[in-house]
Design a protein around this ligand. Structure first.
Ligand code: NAD
Length: 249
């Protein structure tokens, strides 16, 4: 870890003093579990597809090219068998210790819940929720993954993953709960997100507290606003923070 011991000690002290931490995260939180993000060097946006990923993940494309949408979705948006990494596990520990107000995530991979967190606000939905567009019947992820072509309900309707596609609005109740959490937070940690996807990235403006920590491998528009800024892997930073706080290092 290149980051100074002093910054890690400061982070550990703030975590120790906080009771309403909000963690705001994105795809970078899951790269250490083996799920590629969008905008890193080896992210999905650097790979070549017949259509750009933004196009294939839009509602217009879903409606007009459902077979190609599901082909891309199964291959690139769902990562079966992945496990939470150190970052997820440390955040789960904070919830158990009563320090965590909420995790607000742009991720759709369900790894925070798999690590044990319950206070998770999924801004962009989850691959684990799927619903028939005709009769609203809920279906498991397995149904989507095991079907070929466009997954169909018993009634014939298309089964749509409850993930937010480009051009679709965010769930209002999730947005409202996110704003409320940010307004009452005593520490905001932003991690593993380019802060480039709106409206999700705009939510952090509702933070009303004093301490802001940013953990992201590449530069973001909020680096200068942060009281502490780590350009390291989030699993390594949160892992090192925990070792210091629990007196192991
Ligand atoms: P992004 O790809 O735009 O940005 C990810 C950021 O994380 C980058 O700035 C990168 O430098 C940083 N990063 C990567 N690995 C890191 C690590 N180990 N430690 C610290 N930083 C790391 O992702 P985004 O901001 O979340 O926005 C893109 C959209 O992609 C989101 O809406 C999300 O729904 C979707 N997405 C989700 C998943 C997932 O669920 N795991 C995966 C890919 C994309």
């Amino acid at each position: 870890m290149k980051d100074s011991r002093k910054d890690l000690e400061q982070l550990a002290a703030w975590v120790q003093e906080s009771h309403r931490i909000v963690f705001f995260g994105g795809a970078g939180v899951s790269t250490e579990s083996g799920i590629p993000d969008f905008r890193s060097e080896d992210g999905l946006y650097r790979q070549h597809f017949r259509y750009p990923p933004e196009t294939m993940l839009s509602r217009t494309f879903f409606n007009s090219h459902p077979e190609e949408f599901f082909d891309f979705y199964r291959k690139k948006m769902v990562a079966p068998g992945v496990e939470p990494n150190t970052a997820h596990n440390v955040l789960a520990g904070w919830e158990q210790e009563g320090r965590l107000e909420a995790i607000i995530t742009q991720n759709i991979d369900g790894l925070h819940q798999k690590a044990g967190n319950r206070r998770v606000l999924e801004l962009h939905g989850s691959v684990y929720r799927n619903r028939c567009m005709k009769c609203s019947r809920a279906w498991l992820l397995e149904k989507v993954m095991e079907s070929t072509g466009v997954p169909r309900c018993d009634c014939g309707g298309i089964i749509k993953p409850e993930v937010v596609l480009y051009e679709e609005p965010l769930d209002e109740s999730v947005l409202l709960r996110s704003v409320r959490s940010l307004q009452c937070a005593d520490l905001l940690i932003i991690g593993g997100t380019s802060l480039a996807v709106y409206p999700a990235a705009g939510l952090v403006q509702y933070y009303g507290g004093r301490r802001l920590v940013l953990i992201n491998r590449s530069e973001t528009r909020m680096d200068n606003d942060a009281d502490l800024c780590f350009r390291e892997k989030i699993g390594e930073v949160l892992g090192a923070e925990e070792e210091i706080r629990l007196g192991k290092a």
